[in-house]
Design a protein around this ligand. Structure first.
Ligand code: IFM
Length: 441
């Protein structure tokens, strides 16, 4: 591909989430969340925990300096609900808000646009004890939490994302039990968790908009084009069902105010009159997280009788995920076609590899550099074809706590030594920095 120039004002940077990097789980009045409980139940594969993680809670100035030095102009982070409202509803913890206040000021001082996400999976445990995303009781507290946070920070933070990957929360947390809170409730559990997150998102968007103007409001969804493993009719139907669950419930709910027709029957006891209007909202910006296509096949015994098939790919990451940059182009082009081309940014894209530290202390992560380059080329092609892409934030700034995999999977462009907490920029950091500084690939 010939040299590519990205549009002026393009957002360049990285994303992180509170639970994955902050550590300090007992500091300053933070309450327990579902991931604390899940880890305490010995559900993390490498036996690690997020108790310290990257210790970003104390080392944030160093992390901001790394972003500034890279030439990044944007950063998406998440706010930990249990730091701000430790029981999920009720009393506000001033010290929790103070932390994000300091972080935001530090980012602005460094010339980095803070993009805050309100919910990246750390659901306060008391709310889970009351039913979590299986019920509607969580909707009011989420809207109230959104109000509390934006009253404190919206004078300086202009970009607000409500949720991160509601589909992953619903499927892995409530459907198949691989993520906190670890429920295996199957199809109905998944659909309820999706629908109630959609409702909470709608309520939070309205709560914020009622009190503030001039903000950029949106959310972040993990979108992956779903393809059938084979031409067999049952695989084609399975991929369509998975597309409806994974992509369309979040997207169609928010942008079209409708339940995907394929799921209308399955959701008839979950959806109440007025829900579709309550979910629909004219957001300003959608964050898209992309990792790979989903190659699906019919397989009984799983929710919706669907499971992952063989992607027949020649490159895989250390997560075992296929490397399919074309899928990002397809996704953006299909999104433009189907939803009228609203503004989007890539809120996550990146890869875990089994990095090694060379004798000179350097991390020459050539595979990650190649991954980023190939996906940036796909974004550039999509922009050239008219897709309304405003920025690219990689996942992730730092190696961090990769949920049920613990500390064993490294997604960072900066290595974190979990014994010393030393940060070492990898070759991928230098690569992305060069692109961010020049706007050219
Ligand atoms: O680490 C996660 C992140 O929290 C959400 N999106 C996918 C990443 C990699 O699995």
């Amino acid at each position: 591909m010939a040299a590519v120039t990205f549009p002026a004002g393009f957002l360049w940077g990285a994303s992180t989430s509170s639970y994955q990097i902050e550590g300090a789980l007992d500091a300053d009045g933070r309450g327990p969340c579902v991931w604390d409980t899940f880890a305490a139940a010995d559900k993390i594969q490498d036996g690690s925990s997020a108790a310290t993680a990257c210790d970003h809670y104390h080392r944030w100035p160093e992390d901001i300096a790394l972003m500034k030095q890279a030439g990044f102009n944007a950063y998406r982070f998440s706010i930990a609900w249990p730091r701000v409202i430790p029981a999920g509803s009720g009393a506000v913890n001033a010290k929790g808000l103070d932390f994000y206040d300091r972080l935001v000021d530090g980012l602005l001082d460094a010339g980095i646009r803070p993009m805050a996400c309100l919910y990246h999976w750390d659901l306060p445990q008391p709310l889970e004890d009351g039913g979590g995303w299986q019920g509607r009781e969580v909707i009011g507290p989420f809207a109230e939490y959104a109000r509390v946070v934006t009253r404190r920070l919206a004078d300086r933070v202009k970009d607000w994302m409500m949720l991160n990957e509601p589909n992953v929360v619903a499927i892995f947390g409530y459907g198949v039990g691989e993520h906190a809170p670890g429920h295996t409730l199957g199809e109905q559990g998944i659909l309820k968790a999706l629908h109630h997150q959609n409702l909470a998102q709608g309520a939070a968007l309205r709560a914020i908009a009622a009190e503030h103007s001039g903000l950029t409001l949106g959310t972040v969804i993990n979108l992956q084009p779903c393809r059938a493993e084979s031409g067999r009719p049952e695989d084609i139907a399975a991929a369509a069902r998975w597309d409806a669950v994974w992509n369309r419930v979040p997207l169609d709910g928010l942008l079209r105010g409708r339940i995907p027709p394929l799921l209308a029957e399955a959701m008839k006891d979950i959806v109440k009159p007025g829900d579709e209007e309550a979910i629909r909202y004219p957001i300003d910006l959608l964050g898209i997280n992309y990792y790979s296509r989903m190659t699906m096949k019919h397989e009984a015994g799983h929710p919706f009788d669907v499971w992952w098939g063989d992607a027949h790919c020649d490159r895989y990451t250390f997560m075992g995920w296929p490397v399919q940059p074309d899928g990002l182009y397809d996704l953006l082009a299909e999104f433009k076609r189907d939803y009228g081309n609203p503004a989007v940014f890539i809120a996550e894209n990146g890869a875990a590899y089994d990095d090694t530290v060379d004798a000179d202390g350097q991390i020459r992560d050539a595979e990650r550099v190649r991954f980023l380059k190939d996906h940036l080329e796909a974004v550039a092609r999509a922009i050239a074809d008219g897709c309304n892409v405003k920025g690219y934030l990689c996942w992730s700034l730092l190696d961090n706590f990769e949920w049920a995999f613990g500390l064993s999977k490294r997604f960072g462009i900066v290595r974190v030594d979990y014994d010393t907490l030393k940060r070492t920029p990898k070759d991928s950091y230098r690569f992305l920095s060069q692109v961010a500084k020049t706007g050219r690939l």
